[in-house]
Write a protein that binds this ligand. Structure first.
Ligand code: APR
Length: 232
């Protein structure tokens, strides 16, 4: 029984846009409402942890109310034809709720809290709020278990390994502005077919066998699905 081919998918905020979750850049983006340095950096946390907790509480609340969209569902359906690995920059859990079974979160998860004195202490967040005074078992304030600018991306090693082994590589809904996530495509073998689905396709230089589909995730992936299945 020959093993299924590996489909590796890098996703960003754009795949959750049709679920009603704001992207970061572009009109109405999260970085228009908040200053990135205030809510997504260790310095911002040190200056005003309450503001940071509020920012992630709001995002957690909307993420809980959101539902996976057709784009998430198509990626989950492709597990019938491929060994699918989703490498996401998103901190929502819509891929998992759509049925994807192999999701790597490069930038952490809205639904986990982490100790501020022992990063191995990670706890699930029940409900939508993480508050000042919520402490780990060692008594230190809990923080969102997300990766802030300037922090290490612990799952990058694993993500690179998958990219290097991909038989097909797909990028959906990311502006490719943030590294090291944006560098993954350069670790995919040059002869491997690569696709980008995005209504405003980001420019990628120096990559072979790359096709762009300038459409939203739901319609672009619906169009791409039969082509991918032919490659299975
Ligand atoms: N379908 C597909 N793509 C879409 C859609 C849609 N319906 N709507 C918007 N997009 C695209 C945009 O054109 C853009 O290319 O999604 C991308 C969103 O880009 P960003 O807002 O920069 O989000 P992302 O690339 O995920 O940001 C990466 O930056 O702020 C940090 O940690 C944060 O994980 C985030 C990282």
């Amino acid at each position: 029984m020959n093993s299924m081919k590996k489909l590796v998918v890098l996703t960003g905020a754009g795949i959750s846009a049709e679920s009603g979750l704001a992207t970061f850049r572009g009109a109405g983006g999260l970085w228009e409402g908040y200053r990135l340095e205030d809510v997504a950096t260790p310095e911002g946390w040190d200056r005003n942890p309450g503001l940071v907790l509020d920012f992630y509480n709001q995002r957690r609340k909307t993420a809980l109310e959101a539902k996976p969209n057709k784009g998430h569902r198509i990626l989950a359906e492709l597990e019938k034809y491929f060994e699918v690995t989703i490498i996401t920059q998103n901190v929502d859990n819509l891929h998992e709720r759509a049925g994807s079974t192999n999701v790597i979160h490069l930038h952490g998860s809205l639904f986990e809290a982490r100790s501020t004195i022992d990063e191995t202490l990670v706890y699930p967040i029940k409900g939508w709020e993480l508050k000042l005074g919520d402490c780990c078992e060692k008594g230190s304030q809990l923080r969102p278990n997300v990766v802030w600018f300037g922090e290490q991306v612990p799952n990058m090693e694993v993500a690179l390994t998958h990219a290097m082994q991909a038989d097909i590589f797909l990028i959906v809904g990311t502006s490719l502005q943030v590294h090291p996530a944006a560098d993954l495509i350069y670790f995919v073998k040059s002869e491997i077919p690569k696709f980008i689905v995005d209504p405003d396709v980001p420019v990628v230089n120096g990559v072979d066998n790359l096709k762009s589909i300038a459409e939203k995730a739901s319609t672009g992936l619906a169009r791409l699905k039969p082509k991918l299945i032919q490659l299975a």
